[in-house]
Design a binder for this molecule. Structure first.
Ligand code: GP9
Ligand code: MN
Length: 685
């Protein structure tokens, strides 16, 4: 019997046997770490499968290096590789515990503040069981030393080693193919590090991050202070003076930025079966105290929401590829709205979002932007049915945000990012009380239903603001971040717009999103100026009377006279009151007809194109080269990211302390009495 067992176990005494055993043990422990230490959010069988399988291909490749070496050395190399690989898991477990994100090379280079901060708290957050990641190595060493497993001295054929390497690449390729089919643009659009680990694994994440960091630091290193010169020159030529009848009119007021997810301008006043899709937003749009813009365009590219956020709060364009927040948000220097308002006007600053904080790298980027608070998923109670798609349903999100809003010292700048009106526009029956459109396109038709839900959520939020006493002393900015219906749905879009077919010009017009500023007493009306997301920050700062004559912002105040009304799209197309240039064709903006240009017209259009290309490339240069590190506006202090923590306990303690000191929160004004939030959300009944 013993002999039989011995014979059966003989494979383990071969080089290949030991190699496979090492891989399997490593696979098991990685998977355990995935399941117990990280929240990767694998949903559905494809994602579950990839999560399960993804440690294997990279392990075959890396551990397989040892197979190219002889005798004992091969065994020791496997051990050394295992120690390194396990330390990578170990370090990520600790880092994740503190930051809900994976380590990046930028952070590890040690230049970063976050790295220093981590060192301090390392001891506190390490648990004894974390060392479990080394257990297989110890077991393997013991088995080798006690000769339970014997080292195989025979030379290992190169051919076999090479086959393993080739196999590992093949598997990695297959894995990437499957991942990309499930989540297209996984690496090009760079959503979230959690996604890369979930789909591809910790090693692939390391490789990708290393590549990105390398690319990033190369451009950063080659940039220098003199690169700012052309930026400053351009901005000097393009600065416009603010409109005196609006400048500083809303000084000291709170600011709410309500991010209406995927909300397009065409939805305003739109009716289905005779019913308004968004009655509350329509009223808000036409209100005499609302400044509404009906030629306001989204200017996002692949970074979608994150591009919108970048423009809105920095007046810098998103990048031609990927998301600037993900790639540059952690390391770059920014002079963003939250930092400006807190430094120059004593604002408290907070962002609210019912998704995980790592999406679009918000958890890091918001610190670089100077956000004091970031209320994300861990601050919200989650129960079955509360979430759909990326996160909390809007009604529940607003309802649960109220308790934090009322604690914010005033004046505050608060950005609330909604989520339910997001592709694929799913919503349960209980929340759907609006007819879908009937274009027959399944992705398009429920869009109005989630938009209607968003409108109801917004209505409840406005009611709350009035009740809690924040309505009258707040500037309420609402905007749509980007299209909800992509250009791939031409026939459906034509039906929605009541046209027989849509041209490229129509599709460009379809990129309009709402932008509204409402303040009690503000001189409102519908403004027809052409502008876009890049223009929001200068508009807002002028309205609040915060000086911004030396800031690096590419937009222009939408209320300024003589502003340049050429709106750049991220791909270099543009639209202006007279001409629109879409994919090389010039249209008459008034009629939508294709134009054959006279020489004089061509000169004008070329100038516009030149302007657009210049502003986009200069903005890119600022981000790629991290140029703001070389330039600080007067009275502005560089943001120190270590000033902020978004972990629940310390952040709440800080908020309580601020509230006690300043006594200016809505809660304090209401003598400590909480204002109840009224919602008809069926989940909360
Ligand atoms: C996720 C949300 C969606 O947190 O902001 O981003 P999007 O897909 O619209 O860019
Ligand atoms: Mn979005």
């Amino acid at each position: 019997m013993a002999n039989f067992f011995k014979r059966k176990m003989n494979w383990i005494n071969t080089r290949m046997g030991f190699f496979l055993l090492t891989i399997v043990l490593f696979w098991v422990k990685t998977y355990i770490a995935y399941q117990t230490e990280f929240t990767l959010g694998a949903k559905g069988s494809v994602q579950q499968f990839l999560l399960f399988i993804n440690p294997v291909p990279a392990a075959l490749l890396i551990f397989g290096i040892a197979l190219y070496f002889r005798g004992r050395l091969a065994y020791w190399l496997m051990m050394i590789i295992n120690v390194l690989e396990s330390t990578w898991i170990f370090a990520n477990v600790l880092y994740y515990r503190e930051f809900s994100d994976f380590l990046s090379f930028g952070i590890m280079k040690g230049s970063s503040d976050v790295g220093n901060n981590l060192g301090k708290s390392m001891a506190q957050i390490t648990h004894l069981y974390d060392f479990f990641v080394y257990i297989d190595i110890i077991v393997l060493i013991v088995l080798l030393v006690t000769h339970v497993i014997r080292i195989d001295p025979r030379p290992f054929k190169r051919r076999y080693a090479l086959s393993i390497t080739v196999l590992s690449f093949g598997l990695m390729f297959a894995e990437f193919g499957m991942a990309n089919a499930d989540r297209s643009g996984l690496l090009t659009r760079t959503f979230d590090n959690n996604y890369i680990v979930k789909y591809l694994g910790l090693n692939e994440y390391a490789a990708f991050n290393g590549y990105q960091t390398q690319k990033e630091s190369a451009t950063r290193a080659s940039a220098n202070a003199s690169d700012m010169k052309s930026v400053l020159k351009y901005l000097k030529q393009n600065r416009v003076s603010p409109n005196v009848s609006y400048y500083g009119k809303e000084k000291g007021k709170n600011v709410f930025v309500i991010h209406l997810e995927s909300f397009q301008q065409f939805l305003l006043d739109y009716k289905v079966d005779g019913k308004e899709v968004t009655p509350t937003l329509n009223k808000f749009y036409h209100n005499q105290n609302t400044l509404s813009f009906d030629n306001f365009y989204n200017q996002v590219a692949q970074g979608k929401t994150s591009d919108a956020e970048m423009m809105l709060e920095n007046s810098l364009f998103g990048l031609p590829q990927g998301s600037a927040m993900t790639t540059y948000g952690t390391q770059n220097t920014f002079q963003a709205a939250p930092a400006i308002l807190s430094q120059e006007a004593g604002y408290s600053t907070a962002a609210f979002h019912g998704d995980v904080p790592s999406f679009w790298n918000r958890d890091n980027t918001y610190k670089s932007w100077g956000y004091q608070y970031f209320f994300s998923s861990s601050y919200y109670t989650e129960k079955p049915g509360y979430s759909v798609g990326y996160g909390l349903k809007d009604k529940i999100f607003f309802e649960q945000s109220a308790k934090y809003i009322e604690q914010l010292p005033q004046p505050f700048y608060a950005k609330l990012i909604t989520l339910t009106n997001h592709y694929p526009y799913e919503l349960d029956k209980k929340n759907t009380d609006f007819p879908a459109t009937k274009t027959g396109d399944k992705t398009v038709d429920p869009y109005v239903q989630t938009a209607h839900y968003l409108d109801q959520s917004f209505a409840e939020f406005l009611t709350y603001l009035k009740k809690v006493g924040l309505y009258k002393n707040s500037v309420i900015v609402t905007y749509g971040d980007h299209y909800g219906i992509s250009n791939n749905h031409r026939p459906a879009i034509a039906q929605l717009l009541g046209k027989s077919k849509v041209t490229n010009f129509d599709l460009a017009q379809f990129q309009k999103v709402p932008f509204m500023i409402h303040v009690t007493g503000l001189k409102g009306g519908i403004n027809h100026t052409y502008g876009g997301e890049i223009d929001v920050l200068p508009t807002l700062l002028d309205l609040l009377g915060v000086k911004n004559t030396d800031t690096i912002q590419f937009g222009q105040d939408l209320l300024a006279k003589n502003r340049n009304q050429t709106v750049a799209f991220r791909n270099g197309n543009f639209i202006s009151p007279k001409y629109a240039k879409i994919g090389g064709t010039v249209y008459d903006t008034k009629t939508g007809k294709v134009l054959t240009l006279t020489a004089a017209q061509k000169k004008v259009v070329d100038q516009m194109q030149n302007h657009v290309t210049t502003e986009l490339s200069l903005s890119d240069r600022v981000i790629y080269g991290d140029l703001l590190r070389f330039y600080t506006p007067k009275n502005f202090t560089k943001v120190n990211k270590t000033d902020f923590t978004y972990k629940y306990k310390p952040a709440m303690a800080k908020l309580a302390e601020a509230e006690k000191q300043e006594k200016t929160s809505a809660l304090a004004k209401n003598k400590g009495k909480t204002t109840t939030y009224k919602t008809d959300a069926p989940e909360l009944k």
